[in-house]
Design a protein around this ligand. Structure first.
Ligand code: FE2
Length: 209
């Protein structure tokens, strides 16, 4: 987990969280090689960059989610926001995935049926959102106005900046799928959504609202 540290000048304020599964656990949908680079290089770099940027800075004392919300409205600290939000989004993404994913608890299936008209409609809608997002970004299942909804954000943006609770996310930056699927974002998205989404995590996030 991310922690804040009052002695931030002595050791990093933010830590790379451990993966909730082995790097090759999501194969064949997401390869171990992709995970090694995505988690071990991209995510790690966001955290290291964030620590560099907030060194000797009072922002190092702010919990990560608060830091994301705070710096979203600080144009002069855009670099901090980008690193912090990407660190937060990736931690949320890993927890949105599971080797035996794709199975909905009954209570969530009822909500999905009610708000999307059926599970297949939800899958098609979530895949379409992943494809529709132009350039780098994220597709999200969120809770908005008491309803489940699908939304997307660009680059490092996150629903938590906009006061919208996320339940699940799919990373649609090219680094998430290019090694395994090249330009075929739709194939990656459909396989992840159908077989690797961690609905227990979604249910936990729903309960926390
Ligand atoms: Fe990513």
């Amino acid at each position: 987990m991310y922690t804040t540290d009052p002695n931030a000048t002595k050791r990093p304020a933010f830590e790379l969280p451990t993966l909730p599964f082995d790097e090759d656990a999501l194969e064949p949908v997401i390869s171990g090689r992709t995970m090694a680079i995505h988690y071990g290089e991209h995510h790690r770099t966001y955290v290291e960059k964030l620590n560099d940027l907030v060194q000797d800075d009072e922002l190092a004392l702010v919990p990560l989610d608060e830091l994301v919300r705070k710096t979203a409205h600080m144009p002069s600290r855009r670099d901090v926001f980008n690193a912090a939000s990407q660190a937060w989004n990736h931690h949320f993404y890993w927890r949105s995935l599971a080797p035996g994913g794709g199975r909905l608890p009954k209570a969530l299936l009822v909500r999905v049926n009610r708000d999307f008209g059926g599970y297949e409609q939800f899958v098609d809608g979530f895949v379409a959102a992943c494809v529709r997002q132009f350039g780098s970004g994220w597709a999200w299942l969120v809770l908005e106005g008491g309803k489940l909804e699908i939304t997307t954000t660009s680059n490092a943006d996150s629903p938590i900046v906009h006061g919208i609770p996320p339940l699940l996310t799919v990373d649609v930056w090219e680094h998430a799928y290019y090694l395994d699927y090249q330009h075929q974002r739709e194939t990656y998205a459909r396989k992840v959504i159908e077989t690797r989404l961690n609905w227990d995590f979604a249910a936990q996030n729903l309960r926390d609202q």
